[in-house]
Design a protein around this ligand. Structure first.
Ligand code: 5GW
Ligand code: MN
Length: 355
């Protein structure tokens, strides 16, 4: 078309035409993309087709239906909340579990249909083996009754753990672990050990972990209402306290440091849990923070509890247990406390803690 024997004006006209055609091409694609909100427009560049499956069936077609049975219960009342005396929801929409806020029949049905397995971890190092029998016997009566439960007892004195008879679907696993000389370290090293066993064992055996102190007894139901991705428990001594009176770590050098103008709740070190994956993340984070502090020759004021509080400040729990789930009768029985489900066993500090 633009051959040499054409005149100068012909050649110019030819170039104008090419530029005009190119503009038209670009404009038409722009219009196309505006109309279809797709850029680049299909076919503009050669593009590998995105295919997730070679057949006509999708992963979604294989999903099993989890359907509840017909159940009879009182309807929830939008304008009549079951509890008005306590906070039942955090500002990040995590439920705080109090008596009266949930229907255990609905929850049991849901968790049974999923066939959920629960691991309960507890440490009995040195003389604390004396607490194991009461702990396990009371758990058989009240903890996750009717569900699959593995008790994991971490101890340095396996021969002191007597075999108690367990109900169907429940197993006792005694795990040999080292003891540490300082009691602070006995308490803090729980994080490392739960982390290690989560990776090596728990992830293959259970869906959720519940990690608690052993110097306790169950005295009322503790069921699947506590389960969630990652949960903490309100400390019985601080549920009504101000931010300033929380005993967070206040030294800026520590990994557990929390500023005076931060903090949601004061969580207890002796009761947390969640999926094995989330408990792995929590315990790994806390253990690493403790090791970083150890390098700096600093140990947080309330040991593992301080690090958990820091963790939950920046990794908000998806559920929180009220002090019904962790009580000490030294605090009396306030009106808001309708049930005492898990209560501290009084201990003779001088006798139990030496050696
Ligand atoms: C020993 C001396 C002082 C503090 C703790 C211990 C200790 C704790 C121990 O010798 N052996 C042991 O297994 N523990 C574990 O750490 C227990 O599971 C215990 O429940 C947990 C936390 O220690 P506690 O229960 O004495 O802490 P508080 O704050 O509930 O009194
Ligand atoms: Mn305790």
């Amino acid at each position: 078309m633009c051959t040499d024997n054409w005149g100068r004006s012909d050649r110019n006209r030819c170039w104008y035409f090419i530029i005009f055609a190119a503009l038209l091409f670009i404009l038409s694609f722009s219009w196309h993309s505006l109309k279809n909100s797709q850029w680049p427009p299909r076919g503009m560049f050669t593009c590998k087709s995105v295919s997730h499956s070679t057949s006509d069936t999708s992963y979604l077609d294989q999903l099993k239906e989890v359907k509840l049975q017909r159940m009879l219960y009182e309807k929830p009342e939008t304008l009549k909340p079951p509890r008005t005396d306590v906070l039942t929801m955090t500002p990040w929409l995590a439920p705080i579990v109090w008596n009266g806020t949930y229907n255990i029949d609905i929850l049991n049905e849901q968790f049974h249909r999923r066939g959920v397995r629960i691991g309960l971890t507890v440490f009995a190092i040195k003389k604390y083996t004396v607490f194991v029998k009461t702990f396990l016997e009371s758990a058989e009566k009240f903890f996750m009754v009717g569900h699959k439960v593995n008790y994991y007892v971490f101890t340095d004195r396996a021969s002191d753990i007597s075999n108690i008879t367990l109900n169907d679907g429940r197993h006792l696993v005694v795990l040999d672990v080292p003891s540490y000389k300082r009691w602070q370290e006995v308490s803090m090293r729980r994080m490392e050990m739960i982390r290690n066993f989560s990776r090596e064992r728990f992830i293959y055996e259970v869906d959720y972990l519940v990690c608690v102190d052993v110097d306790m007894r169950f005295s009322d139901d503790v069921g699947v209402e506590i389960l969630s991705n990652v949960f903490g428990t309100l400390h019985p001594g601080f549920y009504g306290a101000s931010r300033q009176s929380f005993t967070y770590e206040r030294r800026t050098q520590s990994e557990a440091y929390i500023a005076a103008d931060e903090g949601d709740f004061y969580y207890a070190g002796g009761y947390f849990g969640g999926t094995v994956e989330e408990v792995y993340k929590l315990t790994n984070h806390c253990h690493e923070a403790m090791m970083a502090d150890k390098e700096k020759n600093i140990e947080a004021v309330w040991h593992d509890e301080s690090y958990i509080n820091k963790y939950f400040l920046y990794h908000k729990p998806t559920k929180i247990l009220s002090p019904e789930y962790l009580w000490d009768n030294n605090f009396g029985v306030p009106a808001m406390l309708k049930r005492r489900r898990f209560v501290a066993v009084p201990k003779n500090h001088a006798q139990i803690r030496n050696r």
